[in-house]
Each structure stands twice: as C-alpha cells, then as structure tokens.
Design a protein around this ligand. Structure first.
Ligand SMILES: Cc1cc2nc3c(=O)[nH]c(=O)nc-3n(C[C@H](O)[C@H](O)[C@H](O)COP(=O)(O)OP(=O)(O)OC[C@H]3O[C@@H](n4cnc5c(N)ncnc54)[C@H](O)[C@@H]3O)c2cc1C
Length: 385
C-alpha cells in the first residue's frame, strides 16, 4: 500500500494544473454563470488529451486509468469549477457506457464527435414516475421492422446535449430494460420548456413520440440494465471527484480570505473559532480524498467496484457540501455574494447529493452490502384471503 501518487501521476497532475492555469483561470468566475456548454474549451481539452482519458487509443482515447481521469477533473476544478463539467462529460458520464458497449459504427458516429469536443452527450434515464425507482421506467421500445419505436418521457437531462443515451423498456421487469442512442433532431423527439436547477444549470423534460430507432442505434438490448449501472459507477466517481474538488476549491478561497481579512484588528485566521473550522474541513477533505482514490485506483482501466464507489460518493458528496458551506460562513457576507464561486460550488455540491444516486439510495445500497442480503424497497406483497 502506498498513499502517494506515482511519478507518472504527479507529472500528469502538474501538466493538467499548468494547462488549467494557462487556459482556464481567466474567465472562471464568469463561466460559473453560463448555462451553455463551453464548446471552445472542450475542443482545447480534447487537443490536450483530456477527453477520453480512460478509453483505448484505438477508440480515440489516451489509454489511461480512472485515477488519471480523477486527477484531471480535480486539477481543472481547482482552477475553474465550471470547466470540470467538460472533463465529466468527456470521461465519466454516459460516454463510458457508450464507449464500453458500442459497435465500431456507433463509436464513429457518436463517440468520436464527443471526444473531439464537438458534441455533448447526456443520459436520459429519470422519468416523472421513475426517479430513485429507476427500474419503474416506462419509456417503451416497440419492435418496428428491424428497429424500434420509442414512446415516453424523461425529466432532468441537459436540454443542450446533441446526443442522448436513453434508457428504454423493451419488455417487462428489470430484464426488459436496455438503451438506445438518439440525436435531438430525430423526428418525434422534442425538448420541453427548460427550467433551472438551484445552481442555474438548465434541465428540461424530453418527449419521444413514436421516434424510430434503427437497429444500428440500439446500444444495449433487453437485459442491458446491469451493464448500464456498472458503467454508471464511473459516472459516480466523477460526481464524487467534482464534489470533493469543489469543496477543496472553496477551502482554498476561504483560506486566502482568512489570511488577509482583518476584524478586531486581527486576521480571521488568528481566531481559534476560525482555525477549528479549517481543521474540521481539512479532516473531511482528507478522509474523502482517500476513499475516492481507493475506488478509482482499484478500478484501474475497468469500471469501479460498486461498494467502494458507493462509500466514496457518499463521503465526497457530504464533504464537498460541508466544506463549501463552512467556507461560505468563514467569508461572511462576501461568501454569500456572487463575487466569488463559493456560492456556485455550494449549490452544485448540493445537487450531487441527489443526482447520480441520492445519499439515501446509496445508504440503502450500503446496507445491502453490510448485511449481505437484498432489502426490497417495495411494499410487501399481500396474499389474497
Ligand atoms: C443536478 C441534477 C442533475 C441531474 N441530471 C440528470 C440527467 O442528466 N439525466 C437524468 O436522467 N436524470 C438526472 N437527474 C435526476 C436524478 O437522477 C434524480 O433526481 C434522482 O434519481 C432522484 O429521483 P427523484 O428526483 O425522482 O426523487 P425521488 O425518487 O422522488 O426521491 C425523493 C426523495 O426520497 C428519497 N428516497 C426515494 N426512495 C427512497 C428509499 N427507498 N429509501 C430512502 N429514501 C428514498 C430520495 O433519496 C430523495 O431524497 C438529475 C438530478 C439533479 C439534481
């Protein structure tokens, strides 16, 4: 066991940090207020090899590990929190499921534009009546010739994506679930009125009205649900890494503030009440950091293990939120303004406690791991009398 980054990892960390300082530092505050995806930066990151870090070189990736991707998202977030979304989309999210399970033709049409930074991919999984209970999803895929007709509705995905990885139901039960690839301009595909999350990011309902999916756009047929969730563990690592990095970003901003802001003729950092807050924040950051690195480094080039991912996401989500919240308190009125990105980071961290597996659902999952048995969340079946 070695708690240090390897020499290669340190070199990579330094190079991403240098890239971030050069390309992302300027404009970081303004970027936190823009909902649209920053394509110009995505192309720069693509050129710098920061998209598809974990994917094989033959697929247009860099052949790196999940740890490399975590290092990249951390270093980018520490300079420009908003730009970490590009690393997330290009390394951890739907792209991992797509890259892992797609055909060579699908890779060419869907994966390559995302890796070039030209297009954005989003996952369309949640439905109005299927949130935490994902397997209750109703969006149907009905056979039509060689392909399928899609009917149904999703909520909460990014309304600005070009490509959607859509969870669909080919038949009854968990075994009937799989996924298809859809472009936003497909006939019968429509995006409803966008709304805003607390963070300012937009979401919208999307509707499928008899959308035709040719056979070559089926990603996973019936029986694909478990594979999708396996891939979703990579998304959770990105979610965890961003939460923690946002917490660390706020910690750094608050530390600089406490070193320069004076009250009662003394610097804030000289008050013991403030010092103890920083000590508590650092303990949380450090503890979460090692759980995140454990899950990422054990995954190497594959998907991370569900138990290690669950613990890491729970800890990072909580630590990121708590630290950002405390940083705001330390900065007083200034922390509560939009003059820094502390309030932005706090709001984003809050969302990740719900998205990608809510805190409660992940704790349910941990309980199953602890007791080595499944606890159905559904009401007990009543027997007829
Ligand atoms: C910032 C953000 C981004 C998102 N992005 C996307 C996206 O790109 N694509 C997409 O498809 N979806 C997205 N979502 C949706 C997200 O996946 C869902 O919000 C999430 O799965 C929870 O579902 P729900 O909102 O319907 O809450 P519900 O399932 O209605 O749950 C409500 C509350 O009850 C708790 N709860 C539910 N069941 C249990 C239980 N059995 N035990 C204990 N507590 C329980 C939940 O944890 C939650 O606190 C996003 C959400 C957010 C906040």
């Amino acid at each position: 066991m070695d708690f240090k980054l390897t020499e290669d990892q340190q070199l990579f960390e330094n190079s991403v940090a240098a890239f971030a300082r050069k390309e992302l530092a300027e404009g970081a505050l303004a970027r936190g207020k823009v909902s649209q995806f920053p394509h110009d930066l995505a192309r720069k990151m693509s050129a710098a090899g920061l998209l598809g870090i974990t994917l094989p070189e033959a697929d247009g990736g860099s052949g790196g590990t999940l740890m490399d991707a975590v290092i990249a998202i951390e270093q980018v977030a520490l300079v420009c929190p908003r730009s970490a979304d590009i690393i997330q989309e290009g390394n951890f999210g739907a792209i991992r499921v797509l890259a892992h399970f797609s055909t060579p033709d699908q890779k060419k049409r869907y994966l390559q534009p995302v890796l070039r930074g030209d297009e954005v991919i989003a996952v369309a999984m949640t439905e109005p009546d299927a949130g935490s209970a994902t397997t209750d999803l109703q969006t149907s895929a009905t056979p039509d010739g060689q392909g399928f007709r899609i009917n149904g509705q999703k909520v909460f995905p990014n309304p600005h994506a070009d490509i959607y990885l859509v969870y669909v139901r080919y038949g009854p039960g968990v075994g009937g679930i799989g996924s298809v690839m859809l472009r936003r301009n497909a006939p019968g595909f429509s995006i409803g009125k966008p709304g805003k999350f607390m963070s300012g990011n937009e979401w919208a309902p999307i509707f499928f009205d008899n959308v035709y999916v040719p056979p070559e756009d089926v990603l996973l047929p019936a029986g694909g649900f478990k594979k999708q969730i396996q891939g979703f563990n990579a998304e959770r690592i990105g979610n965890a890494a961003r939460s923690l990095a946002y917490g660390r970003y706020c910690f750094n901003v608050a530390r600089d503030y406490a070193k320069t802001r004076k009250q009662f003729g003394r610097f804030l950092c000289e008050f013991q009440g403030i010092q103890w807050k920083f000590a508590d924040m650092l303990m949380k950051i450090d503890a979460a950091q090692w759980l995140l690195y454990r899950a990422a480094s054990n995954a190497d080039k594959g998907f991370p293990a569900p138990d290690e991912t669950t613990v890491a996401k729970l800890m990072c989500n909580q630590a990121g939120f708590d630290v950002a919240n405390e940083a705001m308190q330390i900065m007083g009125g200034m922390g509560y303004t939009q003059e820094t990105l502390v309030e932005y980071c706090l709001k984003r961290c809050r969302g990740w406690m719900i998205a990608g597996g809510s805190i409660e659902m992940l704790k349910n999952r941990l309980a199953e791991i602890i007791f080595e048995r499944r606890f159905s969340q559904r009401p007990p079946r009543t027997t007829a009398v």
